[in-house]
Design a protein around this ligand. Sequence first.
Ligand code: SF4
Length: 68
Amino acid sequence: VRIVADRERCIGSGQCVLTEPSVFDVSDEDGLVVLLSDQPEGDQEKGAREALRSCPARALSLAPEEPR
Ligand code: SF4
């Protein structure tokens, strides 16, 4: 899966970072979410899906994987 972060909606709560720090981080500059990996697999994907659910601003979503 591919993770998409909508920085227009993100409120910088950092919830996603707490849930899956290997995939999400918050920017030192504006405090908003940045993706460390946008196509997580295995345990990372599990954690990322959980973070999607826990985001209070619903700024995170899944996109179909890009064709290679
Ligand atoms: S949980 Fe949502 S609102 Fe909070 S930092 Fe992550 S993307 Fe932004």
